[in-house]
Write a protein that binds this ligand. Sequence first.
Ligand SMILES: [Zn+2]
Length: 152
Amino acid sequence: MGLIKTLDALHPKARTVMEALIEGFKQRGIRFAIVETLRTAAVQAAYYAQGRQSLDQVNTLRKQAGLYLFTKSGENYKITNVTHSSHEDGFAADIVPVLPSGSIPWNVVEYPGMWRAMGDVGLSLGLDWGGTWAPLNRAGIGWDAPHYQLMR
Ligand SMILES: [Zn+2]
């Protein structure tokens, strides 16, 4: 278990669009990494517990889901507001830019251009991009910038 990162795991309709998204990144010379595609209910339960339950309780769920364990309470903050995610149905993928150094610019406000360039590709394919979801940061990018979702 743990994180699933292959496009093959997605719903066939979503997989086709996500493959086009990946192709669009490649055509533009954008370096990227797929972080997560299909998500098990166990992983979503662990994510939902984050910021709502104690570090021990969250780690119990993370262990059950095959995720690495948090070592400090600072990692235990809210990351989702839904108990059921479109990832669980195979309709979403989380994809991030990769810097020339090989690291991922998780602090979106420091590299808004990289995140927006990717988001624009997704939007051009009719995908819902989490970078448009309020609240927006001071660079004008929404709170879930890695997230691309096929609307049903
Ligand atoms: Zn996502």
